[in-house]
Each structure stands twice: as structure tokens, then as C-alpha cells.
Design a protein around this ligand. Sequence first.
Ligand code: NAD
Length: 355
Amino acid sequence: MSIFDEMAREGHEQLIFMQDAESGLRSVIGIHNSTLGPVLGGCRMHDYDTETEVIDDVLRLSVGMTAKSAVTGCNHGGGKAVIWGDPETDKSEALLRAFGRFVQSMRGRFCTGTDMGTTGEDFVVASQESDWMVGLPVYAGGSGDTSVTTAYGVFCGLQAAAAHIWDSGDLHGRRVAVQGLGKVGRRLVQHLLEAGCSVIGTDIDGESVREVQAEMPVEVVEPGEIYDVDCDIFAPCAMGGIVNADTVDRLKCQIIGGAANNQLAYEGVGRMLHEKEILYVPDYIINAGGLIQVADELLGYEPERVRRKTEGLRSLLQRCFELADELDMPPFEAADRLVEERIQKIAQINRIYLV
Ligand code: NAD
């Protein structure tokens, strides 16, 4: 693997390798694009098998953050951090604080918070060393759990998708299949039920299923059956890559929109959905509520502003769907156009010299 070739492929600016032998920290920060401002992206902790996997993951994840910030009007660049280690056994105060010190050394060029394998509490520890931690719990001065805002954003996004294809954003009476009843999935279910939808859910974790069923009237299917459910909307809220060669012909919905990142296994499958007249709502727009929330912490967290911006995902998606129709392309490609357009336009204003 040539690291420079890998970086050049998606135009990454910077890869920063950090290690601290005493605490066992091995971490990489990937800065994809900082045109729009200080780079914002979560920190994932995972027990990767190889160094190549670490680098692949940080490069891949940081690209998505550039798109998410740019399209939602946030003044942030895209990046991501990964810590190479087992979140169950390798985490320690020293490791988290060592990570915090490295982030602090970047003087605000990179801000980070939770992702898979890390928690708000971890960043309370890291924030002893760094002013650039976001997504902290409320008791530590942060905005708290982002899944609340993410779920609300997904719900707003589904309303926008419904308005686009059914001429009404009212979801009453729609059947929605939700994959993953975790933090976001179960909150989305709540919004959908309140809006008068019927919900079919699934999760590989029996405990999550039982908790949700104890509180809400949800029909449950086995994890492998969710792709075959007759429904109006399929909402993936578990993991990426679920729209793939095996599942694309099984889906019977008219809209796909959910919280999971990178739902399309590859771009070709997105075009297949378009040909089948299934509206795929671009993941990095519909799931941007969490980013909107943590970005707001850097401005001085205002819940009302976050709510308004999250509801703004409806009009953003409407613009994306209209552009897609105008250019005769799938919305996920139109979303990429919106990203490129904003980055190019804002890069241009930097030519105006400021004293
Ligand atoms: P979570 O870990 O709380 O929930 C995910 C759930 O999916 C778990 O209950 C898990 O058991 C289940 N699951 C895993 N594989 C499954 C499978 N094959 N079939 C059915 N269920 C399966 O995570 P979350 O915070 O709810 O996030 C859900 C997704 O949304 C993730 O992909 C995450 O990266 C993405 N996302 C989350 C946020 C946020 O603010 N939490 C923001 C943007 C994107």
C-alpha cells in the first residue's frame, strides 16, 4: 500500500499517526478537506486486524464527514480519528488523555467526539487535555446523546421524501421497516408511531427487541427477513453496505432512508434503485442531525438552533431531489454535486484578502 497514493485517491490533505508506548495509544487522524473550516469528525476505537485496515477506515470515514458538513451548511471540514485497540480492554485514562494531548496539539484544526467504540464519558476524560472535544454529556457541559437529534432528522428526511414522491409529507398510514432498534432506531420508531405509521422492526440483539416491544407496538421479524418486508419505507439504522447485490432485488419499498452511514455497498447499486424507481435518500444528509448538534457545541450549544437546523434537512432534501430530477440522476449523485458546489464556492471567497 502506498499511503500517498491512497491519500491522493480522494484528495486527503493529511494523515497524522500518533503513538504513546506507556499508555498503549496507537491512533491515526485523517484530515480529508479543510476548505470550509476546522475539521470535525468522530473518533472510532476498534480492534483492527491490520495497519492497512486502520488507514483504510480513517481515510474512508473522513471523506463522508466532508460531505456531511458541506451539504448541511456547517463551516467545518471533514476528518476522522481512529484508535487502534479493543474498546472493552484497551481503554484507560492515560490512553484517552494521551489522545487528548495529541488533539490539543492541533490547536483546533481538528475537533472530535464519539463514534463506534467510544462514549461521551471517554471524551470527558480526554477533555482534561484538550479544548477540542465535542459530543460531551450534558453534565460535562456538552449537548448529550446525539441519537435524539439524528432520529428526529431521519424522521424529517422521510417526510421530505414522502412529500417528493407522494405529494404529501404526512406519513400517516405508511408501513415502515426499521433495521436496527438501537439508540437511533428506537427513537425513530417512536416518531413514526406518533405520526400514525405501522412499524416492522428487527435487531440482532434480542434484548433491544424486547425493550422496544415492551414499550411500543412494533411487529418484529428476524434480521434476515427485513429486506423482504412489504412496506412503503425501509429505514436502515444498523450498519452500512446493506443495499447490495444480494438485497437490492428483494426490497419492496418505495423509499429507503435511515441513520446508517454508507448504506449503498457501491454506487452501481444506487443506480439500480433509481432504475427501479425506489427513492434512496442520501445517507449523509438524512443522518446529519448528530453532526448539526455537535457542530453547534463549538458555537455555544443552543437546542432551539439545533432543532431548526435539523428541520432544515427537509428543505435541503427537497433541493437535492429537485436537482436530481433536473439533471436526471439519482439523488445520491445530486447530493455529491451540492457538496462540490459549496466547497468550490466557499473556497473562492478566500481570495478576498483580509487585513
Ligand atoms: P446503536 O449501536 O445504538 O444501534 C445499532 C443497532 O443495530 C444495535 O441495536 C445492533 O444490535 C443492531 N444491529 C447491528 N447489526 C444488525 C443487523 N444485521 N440486523 C439488525 N440489527 C442490527 O447505534 P446507533 O447510534 O443507533 O446508530 C445506528 C446507525 O446510525 C449506525 O450505523 C451509526 O453509525 C449511524 N449514525 C448514528 C448517529 C448517532 O447520532 N447515533 C449519527 C449518524 C449516523
